[in-house]
Design a protein around this ligand. Structure first.
Ligand code: HEM
Length: 157
């Protein structure tokens, strides 16, 4: 039994997979990303990303209606405002990040992570042109999400 992931037993509980490497070491994303994008472009980036997720093979995890999908996108945008070097919007609105714990209600295996990353990569590739992301920091953002997303995986293939 993995004590950190111990949940009270409930019918239908599933075995939780914990990546053996533990939480990855991640580099900080340069704060210029926030400074040039600001909150409005970060929100637009996440609206586009979540619309891709809504059309993807992991769409079943995300809200069906566009209104709720964009509401979910705004939550992620609040977190990434902080990760891109801006204010602690997510923490102010929703409390402690506890990202792995907050993803546990969803069954995320490695193929689901790869699909999530595909949608992120496609949005990232258009981000300098559409959302004012500095081109020179695109790969730093990618490295962060690539590494950190491995910690959201909670189901074996
Ligand atoms: C491994 C791939 C990932 C998958 C499949 C995934 C999936 C999801 C899902 C299904 C939700 C709930 C959407 C809703 O509100 O209805 C969610 C929420 C969220 N995700 Fe991810 N996610 C992944 C990786 C990440 C990463 C790397 C981050 C970076 C920090 C992140 C940040 C967030 C945030 C901030 C929320 C909102 C949490 C809350 O307050 O409820 N996710 N994610």
């Amino acid at each position: 039994m993995d004590i950190l992931n111990a949940y009270p037993d409930r019918p239908g509980d599933r075995p939780i997979y914990t990546p053996p490497h533990g939480p990855p070491q991640t580099d900080r994303i340069p704060k210029e990303v926030y400074e040039t994008m600001r909150e409005d472009n970060i929100r637009l980036f996440f609206h586009a990303f979540y619309k891709r997720l809504g059309q993807s093979s992991v769409a079943h995890m995300f809200p069906k209606s566009e209104k709720n999908l964009l509401r979910a996108a705004d939550k992620s945008a609040a977190m990434f405002t902080f990760l891109f070097g801006g204010p602690h919007l997510y923490q102010q609105r929703y409390g402690r990040p506890m990202m792995r714990a907050r993803h546990l209600p969803f069954i995320i295996d490695e193929p689901a992570r790869q699909e999530w990353l595909r949608c992120y990569r496609e949005t990232l590739d258009e981000a300098p042109e559409k959302y004012a992301m500095p081109q020179e920091h695109v790969e730093a953002v990618w490295k962060f999400v690539y590494d950190f997303s491995s910690w959201m995986v909670n189901a074996a293939d």
